[in-house]
Design a protein around this ligand. Structure first.
Ligand SMILES: [Zn+2]
Length: 318
């Protein structure tokens, strides 16, 4: 089971207690699924098709309980190209015009006598706005696995419907972004916080919590990885600098002899060479008299400068 199908399964079980929400959700399901086909002379074929049986059963139940219509559920088997089984709820043809009229979707003079989007009164209350969005996701939504990335989208069949859906989400301060893709008007969210808010708005509370758990786990492991990388690069930096200093000290000893160095530099060279892994601040404590970190680093720089001059054959003044 994918994360998206878990979400759809949960949304299909969200209870509907008010007729206002049932009407809004059915309206959204019909429009988003593109399930209203004009048959001429006031006749319409009205269907709701979905990949999950639970989605179709939900609308069968709402249709029966709130509109008094008993639909027919059938299974559509895929073709050679698309082998996926789909489920379809069909409204009996004689009931279709009455249903569309009840849902305020008929409008004289409009193309095929149908409104492209419902009137505002369909989504007057915030419960109905949520219901509208829930069906939009069930019918034309997609969601990526949060383990892999954050993306949720709704692919509306028309621009007008996409704008209407975006308007409902905006009422809850969720601002869907839009794009045109393969003649679908796609609305999407990419920020984890927005996706989480959107899922809880639709009523997928369990999925939202699962999403949050994955998100927190990913953030913690990213932080730990960053910390580990930083620590090991610091260790490398200490080791590399110390290795270079010790190499320089050995070179001075071989070319010049450490006993030729002034006492302060000679002591520094011994302390560094005998404590190859020690940070600068601690090296200073071993000096007599003790030396601060900046004093240590100044003397080590001086030693490196001497080694450099010896390598280049320059005169070394001590
Ligand atoms: Zn409502």
């Amino acid at each position: 089971m994918s994360f998206a199908s878990d979400v759809r399964g949960e949304l299909a079980r969200v209870p509907v207690s008010d007729a206002c929400c049932a009407r809004s959700e059915l309206t959204s399901a019909l429009l988003c699924a593109g399930g209203i086909a004009w048959r001429g002379r006031g006749r319409y074929a009205v269907t709701i098709t979905a990949a999950e049986a639970s989605t179709v059963r939900r609308y069968f139940g709402l249709l029966k309980q709130f509109m008094g219509i008993v639909g027919q559920i059938r299974t559509l088997t895929g073709d050679a190209l698309n082998n996926q089984v789909r489920y379809q709820l069909a409204v009996p043809e004689e009931e279709a015009p009455g249903l569309l009229n009840d849902l305020n979707l008929l409008e004289e003079g409009a193309l095929f006598g149908l409104r492209p989007v419902p009137p505002e009164e369909t989504v007057r209350f915030s419960c109905c706005k949520k219901a509208f969005l829930r069906a939009a996701f069930l019918m034309c939504g997609a969601l990526s696995d949060p383990e892999k990335g954050y993306h949720i989208e709704l692919a509306a069949p028309t621009e007008a419907l996409a704008a209407f859906i975006a308007g409902q989400a905006a009422a809850f301060d969720i601002h869907l972004r839009s794009a045109l893709r393969k003649s679908k008007y796609v609305l999407y969210l990419k920020r984890a916080e927005d996706i989480s808010d959107f899922m809880s708005l639709l009523g997928a509370m369990n999925a939202m919590m699962a999403f949050e758990n994955i998100r927190v786990k990913k953030e913690v492991s990213n932080r730990v990885n960053r910390q580990l990388n930083c620590d090991s690069s610091n260790i490398n930096r200490v080791m590399n600098a110390a290795e270079a200093q010790i190499r320089d000290i050995r070179y001075i000893d071989a070319e010049l002899g450490l006993d030729k160095l002034p006492p302060g530099l000679r002591q520094m060279a011994f302390v560094r060479a005998n404590n190859p892994e020690m940070p600068l601040g601690e090296l200073g404590d071993l000096m007599d008299p003790p030396l601060g970190k900046s004093g240590v680093s100044a003397r080590l720089r001086k030693l490196s400068g001497i080694a450099e001059k010896l390598r280049c054959g320059d005169e070394v003044k001590l």
